[in-house]
Design a protein around this ligand. Sequence first.
Ligand SMILES: Cc1cc2nc3c(=O)[nH]c(=O)nc-3n(C[C@H](O)[C@H](O)[C@H](O)COP(=O)(O)OP(=O)(O)OC[C@H]3O[C@@H](n4cnc5c(N)ncnc54)[C@H](O)[C@@H]3O)c2cc1C
Length: 488
Amino acid sequence: MNISVSDLLGLNTFNITGAPIVSNAADIQQRRDAGVNMSIAGMRHSQGGHTALKDGEMLLTETMNTKPRAHGGSPDAAQADAMPPTTVTVDAGMTWAELHFHLGVLRGAPCVHQSSAHFSIGGSISVNCHGRDINFGSIASTVESLEVLAGDGKTYTASRTQNNDLFRAVIGGYGACGVILNATLKVAPNFMMWRTQNMDKQKPLTLDEYEQHLHKVENEKIDYLQMHHGWVNVSADDYLGKVIAYDVLKVDPQMATNQNGSMELGKDNELKHEGWGEGEILRAGWHAMHGDKNIKKQIWEALVRNCSDTKPYSRINFLRESISFTQSKFDGKGVDMLQEYFVPLSSFKLFMERLKTIFPYNDGDGAMADGVQLNSITIRYVRAEDDERAVPYLSYCPKGQSRISVAVDAYVPFGGQHPCPKARDQFIGAMDAAIERGGSYYLPYYSFADQALFERAYTNVAALKSAIGRYNPDHRFSNEFLKQYKIH
Ligand SMILES: Cc1cc2nc3c(=O)[nH]c(=O)nc-3n(C[C@H](O)[C@H](O)[C@H](O)COP(=O)(O)OP(=O)(O)OC[C@H]3O[C@@H](n4cnc5c(N)ncnc54)[C@H](O)[C@@H]3O)c2cc1C
């Protein structure tokens, strides 16, 4: 049988031989023993050939999804003073949104995941995702242990103290050694939080002011600051020169009052589905942005007006923000694409100034010669990991060094299946600028980097290859991304 599969953008299409739904280790083992070569798919949001293997099978893991097992905490979660679990063991096919239902009623919440919740836990660990919580680094810092069915057919427990080479190869390893069956993750308490427009209540900040603000996020021991992200202006006036700083604080009764002066606390285990101010504004304007030059300005002004939200939400609800507005497929002319760069905090302003020359303001009609049009740039802070045993071999954040993530969403004109050469040069220029400043770029997105650029950004590939030789020597689990960069 021949099946044609494409990734989220509809740009990378591969012929595969099958796409079996697997629910447990026995299903996967059976295919391995039958001599099948396989790629592993979570929710398939990665934007390159990360989940497909030409002439191989694609394992669909969504049904690896039994009830999570919580550890620690009070036995009776209904008690007012109940303690949340300390860890939870969860199957890799489950999404964060599904895990919220299980943890919410136990007064717990995930420590780290992406800015939204519709990704699988296996896929999130395999890219070493990061989010908005400033108290943790990437997800690696919150993984206690993993159960992995490796390419050699054996099942291993991997952690900081057990099979640590496998642990570092699987987290952020894009399925290079085998299938994560389940993960034991640290759990955070689910308390109420409140979002404000930076702690000092200034309107949008200049790049200088915002870099100072990031130092505050990193250094000041403000125990009520929980999450942070920045939203950069991409409209014509002050293009890439102003940033809205969103700080999420632990609810302080002195501050978190609504216009009537009351707290309006919601239930902390009640899950929010829709209706985020920021998300709604973006959803309304996103697709009109390519055709109407004024929309970017209107979106920016609406974001500035709406960025102070005095209504408290639980931690879980802050993790459930929708990013569906960014989902668009190749329409024959172009596509919205994500790219992400990581730079040391002290280089943030210089990097942004460089980006402004790489991506000059462009409100064209998607003409190829004009290159990309920026839809948005968002900023996050990724705290350094101090324990070498939890630093993935393919890490974008070296031991002891925090990074600022600069995520670019851009409309990219395409001719046929190829991005216009100017857009390619622009993205490569941005990666190069990040690496020059001691930074890196993120791997789950459409791959513009060549082998040399990849190796400049990721310098510990040899250690990953050595783990692959030990645990997946015949590359029974593989994919086109791993092959593109000669990891397999
Ligand atoms: C709109 C959008 C917003 C995003 N926002 C963020 C963000 O805020 N922060 C961030 O860090 N990232 C972000 N990302 C990137 C995202 O984290 C990755 O694309 C992630 O892998 C998606 O999860 P998934 O379930 O779709 O994984 P998939 O795309 O299905 O898989 C990703 C990789 O993991 C491997 N894999 C999947 N399951 C397993 C398993 N059980 N065992 C071993 N390997 C496995 C796959 O083979 C593949 O190589 C975003 C992506 C998009 C498209």
